[in-house]
Write a protein of this length. Sequence first.
Length: 955
Amino acid sequence: MPHDLPKAYDPAAIEDHWAEYWVREKLFAQPTPNSFTRSIPGREAAARLDGQSDGQSAFTILLPPPNVTGNLHMGHMFEHTESDILMRWRRMCGDAVLWVPGTDHAGIATQMLVERQIVSEGVTRQQMGREAFVARVWKWRQHYGGVILDQMKRLGASVDWQREYFTMDENLSVAVREAFVRLHEQNLIYRGAYIVNWCPRCQTAISDLEVFHEEQKGHLWEIRYPVLDAKGKDSGKFLSVATTRPETMLGDVAVAIHPEDERYLHLHGKKLHLPLMNHEIPIILDEWVSRDFGTGAVKVTPAHDPDDFALAERHHLPSINIMDDTGHINAEGGPYAGLDRYAARKRVIADLEEQGLLAGIKDHVNNIGHCDRCKTVVEPRLSTQWFIKIQPLADKAKAAVREKHIRFTPEMYEKTYFEWMENIHDWCISRQLWWGHRIPAWHCSECRKITVARVDPTACAHCGSKKITQETDVLDTWFSSGLLPVSVFGWPNITSETRADFDAFYPTSLLVTGFDILFFWVARMIMFGCWFAGDVPMPDGSKRTLADSVPFREVYIHALVRDANREKMSKTKGNVLDPIEIVKTYGTDAVRFTLASMASPGTDIAFNIARTEGYRAFANKIWNAARFLFMNVDRAAEVGITVDPASLGAMPVAEKDAPLEARWIVAELHSTAAKVNQSLENYRYDDAANTIYQFFWGSFCDWYIEIVKLRLDFGGNRVVNGTETEILSDLKGTRAALATLVGVFEAALRLLSPFMPFLTEELWHAVYNGHPPVKSIALSSFPQEDPDVTNSFAPFGLNWYHLQLLITDVRAQRKDRSVPEKEIVPLLLSSPSVGKARFFDEKSDIICSLGRISEIQFVPPEVLTNRPGARSGAVWDIDVVYEKPIDVPAERDRLSKDIAKHEKNLISAERQLGNEGFLAKAPANVVEGLRKQEAETRLLLEKARAALKNLTGEK
Ligand SMILES: [Zn+2]
Ligand SMILES: [Zn+2]
């Protein structure tokens, strides 16, 4: 029986069930709508709600695809909670909401994971071969990939699982290939040798963004390079250079000095002997050299340093790459060939020292780049890579934001975006991995030219030779994820048959994501979206402008979840909270509510479990309110009163003759709905959540339910003795109160539903006794304010406010007077306003019930001014009448002791005052004081004796 709720709220007992139900029933599947209006970003949605359009408005977001290897962490849970609240809210507001989930193939991470597996089985990737290895990764993905999506299902994310994608799906791979070929045709892709960040462990180039820097203690070695004389002989002089990576000297091609450095003017045009390698290198002059750093002379190693590479280009010097893919010295390193880079460093230092060429060693803190994936120290290294000439794409992407076709919340990220875009470098898109989209380029061994093609070629496009082999590199993972907004909706195959999705859902409405992938992903989606979508005509056949080419209209950058002490969560600190574990203890709803209650643009969250406990108690409060409600619904049914389910689902309104509390709670609900909608429009999750909390716990549970108990009168004996008509008229008030109670509760559940989807789903089905009008509360409508309702209550607002204030005062005074909770006591009340007094008199049932008062006695003001401890409000004075019962034996005991004490004091005082000698010597004021004390003691003694007499008299 749906009404028969278990006594205690137990999230574990309900959440799995509903999570599974939502997926099974495909509740959040969003078919392509037949008619639609353009999706509109958050802040303008208010205008849409005014009802300008008739078709459904599409509201679309893409889930930032987690890595297929990923596990859900607190950051995900926060991001998904924020997104889910918005999606559920929009859906309930009537939008055609589409939230597209998927996972990223995550080139490096996935390859590393599977590689580790096979190594533990005794096979290397190289031994296995490319094809078998890739097959193995696919197998892994099939069995273990996407754990995180299952976790999302359990947490109730309202995504369209029918549209789940994987970035290496066939259709998405077609898009990747088309994008590459098109950019190549447009001369925006080139191949060249440049310095890249090389990870010797992953054996691939990685982007600047995938390198994290960490300060480490190291050394600065000063090496002496012998200066050669005009004949090429050792001149006996030296030029010292400083370096943090001495092994790279094996690849030195010059030493650079500043042309105006006065210390080195005599060296202009001279040559040096490169120690250890035994060949000559020139001294070059370049203004880029900083005279203040080290010795002011800089070794030039173009193949291992980006600045040196630029320097060598300017001076037309060669680049000598001395390291192989694994970070070992190659044949170019002469006698050091085969050594690991750090072993080579040791040997180089030792050899220099032996030859007397090591001028000094200093401690030095280096800012060292590490591979984000495997933490290996990254080696800047020359290698041949594929690049995108980024400028024209970046220009469009900048224009899109500058012209406000895309907006950022918080707005400050717009500046960050521009700063990055202004300094953007060509994008190295090739990775030396096996897992990923293999670059569709074929090298010809005859003419050495490259064929790039949409369909795998069988011959070289330039010379017709069959001796072609495909490029072994794959594309950077962000290349495919950058295309997602266009590719998930069918690009590049946008035909008249397939275009409905693209027409309806592109541009997407919103992107909710973290700051950390602003450049990795957000900026690249903007660049690709603006570049490629422009070719897709608008639904009416017209040309797509930049405004409609953008991948999304708005970007909401969420904050970080930190620990309770505002520390960043990290494995090393051991303060990482596992959301799944917390959910097990407190339930998903309480965790979601905790996150929401603190979320607002630009504010990091300090996640405190005590808050989650509090919201778990909130859920419990709602559960108990539901139990109270159902108990009364069932009792009402016994006397023939039912609430028509058809009357539910809309916003409740109160009849003109309804009791004030009913009109109040209804108006309160309407204004709460207005605030919640407004807050969500502005991403103020915190305001929205706290408003609902105040309404549910404060207004509804603490006030309305307490008052409505007075109205729920099920007739009792009257049912037995009366006729049916009489019973109905007797029960009219009950019927109305029950209708308001259930109506407001049902609407409040809908208001809460985006925040606590599980609890509200459970209780909402119970409200309808298991026969709800739609399959889920998530498909019902979100409460909206009717300003007429709030306005019509306004004239009563002040009176109602005073009533609540008065009751609050009464309760406080009961505490002051230590009135036990169970005692019902009379209240003295005076009010200078006749109207107010009449109002309080009319509402005396409420005051008496909520204040635990037996009766209200209206008294003149002076009665209260004469009572110490009476309380004064703005338009009233009150006092609860409560005399503490007296414990007679204890009181007699106390009084007797007092009397004895006073008698003793009195005797002592009389003796002193009777002593002539004392009186003669003592100062006048001392004697005066003693006389006063004696009089007081006498008075106290009299009072105590009278009290004792009274006490025994009463007895
Ligand atoms: Zn690595
Ligand atoms: Zn060829």
